[in-house]
Ligand binder design. Structure first.
Ligand code: ADP
Ligand code: MG
Length: 181
């Protein structure tokens, strides 16, 4: 995959498919230690130990719509290519946390891509799900909590085009300020 945002979308979709009501997305960029870490934590149905061991295998999926599950194996391969790794912590009935580390300056490290657009699309497609997104670059950070936005929107949802545009604009500007350093 060319953009990390697509891997992030896949992780968010896994959480939503696992019935999560709350999903925490973390993106931590640590230029000093040359690390980029993506983590997605959820309160979905979770997995037992045996399942966790199997999900990095490209042929494992519990989905009925496709024969192979590729999301996690592709993410693990992308991380490995840039000197990083994927870790999965999960407990049945409690939730799951997937973390992926990348060497930030590695030549094979894909760019983050259009995260604002990706998150706006995800939110539009998952009404009722709370997304808390924290992005840190060195000492600066940005937090977006979809529940805080919903509280101000009232009955209007993230699937409204004006709201989706606002989310995109808000996050794009926030990320631009983060990268200014
Ligand atoms: N956050 C999660 N919570 C519970 N189960 C998960 C989660 N993420 C992945 N899984 C399990 O791992 C399987 C493989 O995931 P993935 O590699 O993304 O492929 P796919 O989503 O196409 O099945 C899923 O079908 C699901 O059973
Ligand atoms: Mg998936």
């Amino acid at each position: 995959m060319r953009e990390l945002a697509l891997h992030i979308l896949d992780l968010l979709q896994n959480s939503a498919e696992a019935g999560a009501l709350r999903v925490e997305l973390g993106v931590e960029e640590d230029p000093e230690n040359d690390i980029l870490r993506i983590s997605v934590g959820d309160d979905g149905r979770g997995m037992d130990e045996a399942t966790v061991r199997r999900v990095l295998d490209p042929f494992y999926t519990t989905r009925k719509t496709r024969h192979v599950g590729l999301g996690l194996p592709l993410l693990a391969a992308a991380a490995r290519r840039c000197g990083g790794k994927v870790e999965i912590e999960s407990a049945p009935g409690v939730g799951t946390k997937v973390s992926a580390d990348f060497r930030r300056s590695n030549i094979d490290r894909a760019p983050l891509g259009d995260l604002p657009q990706t998150l706006a699309i995800f939110l539009a497609g998952h009404p009722g799900l709370r997304l808390v997104y924290r992005h840190r670059v060195g000492p600066r950070d940005l937090t977006f909590d979809s529940d805080e936005v919903s509280a101000r929107l009232g009955a209007v949802g993230f699937d409204h085009p004006l709201v989706a545009d606002w989310v995109k604009g808000y996050l794009s500007e926030g990320l631009l300020n983060l990268q200014k350093g």
